[in-house]
Design a protein around this ligand. Structure first.
Ligand SMILES: [Zn+2]
Length: 293
């Protein structure tokens, strides 16, 4: 397993104050030397979750979880130790070295390329939505009464019609293998590269950190299927993510989320001021609405 040096791990840990990091997820109040808040890992009404700025650790007297800033991030985001180091290094503007060359590193590099492809694609789709030739998508948006603010918050977009995204990505310097891994472009029997999403309204799916990991695409005519979702890949696993979580998180909701069925439900509720809503990415058999805490 490749790993970062102990010194670097320590430097990244020390540069990220645990109170600052946890405050992004939990509302903390100072009491004496420590901070207290409602534990994000179990359901409670009075705060038993404590954070010590002196020791740079957290501990919950209710459920017993505890650890340092890395432990917290791994637990709350469901990420690996290496991902926690990378995330906190990015937060503190610390440049990490490339891990020694081996299979894991190649995987990490491909994953970061795919995330970059997704980011560029999301911007491409979003800008495309405002072009005169995207009238069909604009008409749908008008019909659903989505405001510009909503379009921006969810970075809703409109795909190309044939291979526009592929050419855009080639122009940005990506390799075919990286583009294919993203699942946004397919190669047909004749060796042609064709965009997976054509003539569709595009919904970027983000992880809790706000990185675009996949897309949902809705048809704008009567063709089937109504929705296409990105295939699982190196950067995306359906079970681990929820549509709208990054937006709900920005509003400070994490304790109580309302689960609804589809992307458009999340978006329309959000526009009506109900912002703690998310939708599952799997083809869920449960329909309707339920509460989770
Ligand atoms: Zn707890």
């Amino acid at each position: 397993m490749p790993r970062y040096s102990d010194e670097l791990i320590e430097e990244v840990r020390q540069t990220n104050d645990i109170v600052d990091v946890i405050s992004q997820y939990v509302h903390l109040k100072r009491s004496g030397r420590n901070y207290f808040g409602l534990c994000p890992f179990h359901n409670e009404k009075s705060p038993s979750f404590s954070v010590s700025p002196d020791k740079q650790i957290f501990h919950c007297f209710g459920c017993g979880v505890g650890g340092n800033v890395y432990t917290f991030l791994m637990k709350i985001e469901g990420i690996s130790f290496i991902e926690a180091v990378q995330s906190l290094a990015e937060r503190a503007n610390i440049q990490l070295p490339t891990l020694e060359n081996n299979v894991d590193t190649a995987k990490e590099i491909l994953k970061s390329k795919v995330l970059k492809v997704n980011e560029i694609a999301a911007n491409f789709y979003h800008e495309n939505l405002y072009l005169p030739e995207s009238k069909i998508a604009q008409d749908y948006i008008k019909k659903r009464k989505l405001t510009n603010e909503t379009l921006k918050a969810f970075k809703i977009g409109y795909s190309g019609k044939f291979d526009e995204l592929y050419h855009k990505l080639k122009k940005e310097g990506f390799e075919d293998t990286e583009i294919l891994e993203s699942g946004l472009v397919n190669k047909n029997d004749k060796g042609q590269y064709i965009d997976r999403y054509r003539n569709r309204l595009m919904f970027p799916i983000c992880d809790a950190r706000g990185k675009v990991i996949a897309f949902g695409g809705r048809v704008l005519d009567d063709s089937k299927p109504k929705y296409i979702n990105s295939p699982e890949n190196i950067a995306y696993s359906k079970g681990r993510n929820l549509f709208g979580l990054n937006v709900a998180k920005k509003q400070g909701h994490l304790k109580q989320l309302l689960i609804v069925e589809g992307y458009m439900d999340v978006i329309s509720l959000h526009q009506r001021g109900i912002t703690n809503v998310v939708a599952p990415l799997r083809n869920s058999t449960n329909s309707g609405t339920r509460m989770v805490t």
